[in-house]
Design a protein around this ligand. Sequence first.
Ligand SMILES: [Zn+2]
Ligand SMILES: [Zn+2]
Length: 296
Amino acid sequence: MPNFPNLIHFAIPFFVLSILLEVYLSTKGKEVKYTLKDALSSISMGLGNVFLGFISKGIVLFVFFLIYDNFRIFTIPISWWSFTLLLFLDDFSYYWFHRISHKCRLFWASHVVHHSSQHYNLSTALRQTWSGGFYTFIFWLWLPLLGFHPAMILLQMSISLIYQFWIHTEAIKKMPKWFESVFNTPSHHRVHHGSNPIYLDRNHAGIFIIWDKLFGTFQPELESEKVNYGLTENINTFNPIFIAFHEWVALFKDVFTSKTTLLNRIKYFLKPPGWKWDGTGKSSDQLREEWLNSKL
Ligand SMILES: [Zn+2]
Ligand SMILES: [Zn+2]
């Protein structure tokens, strides 16, 4: 078995240096904002994610190998062409993982962590889930089934995560036009972190923005609409444990304390965030519709 290192561990010094550089820019009055508590809580979420990754990555590898060893359809060699193909297939999986993470509360419960900061800087990139690593890999299961070696897939997943680090900044306004049209960029991803109705559940891209354009979820950043970072209902805490699990607690509270049918309780896992069985909640689609109607 080829032994690919976990690139994320090697990238940590680069993350630290870039954050220090961005903090320096913020002291020089550039359009970059940091607050200590927010950055520290993002960094703790990142560290927790890396430590829990030692366990979750083991589970992911175990399941990937189970499929690869017993059920793979082809045996895809490890070469430049298969890595090129995997770059796109992994990014396609990432798009759907991310889009569904915003539309299904079972996945939102872990992904919400990444959106819980009201700031947007390189430290926000490190604000990563503590629970997602244990089950969101199901969106990638078709790759070992096709015949991609598990180590290759894990390597590509880390490359994608590292790519997404630099786009968490306000220091870069726009990249060249050709780059903005193909790749995910700071401008596209600022939109993704916006709680403005027009920006909700848009730009789910990993590396390539093409998937959002193809599947109808692309929204360019508008000069007239400044991004309000964070959630539609912010959690106002810097406590890492609370950030990591608050939505799980809220989800199970809804499931177990709602006085409704079993089917409605199950729906809490599958329906979008904001959905309530009695119709009193509001999903992002409803919030956007209300906003659009108010503009008429
Ligand atoms: Zn997201
Ligand atoms: Zn992000």
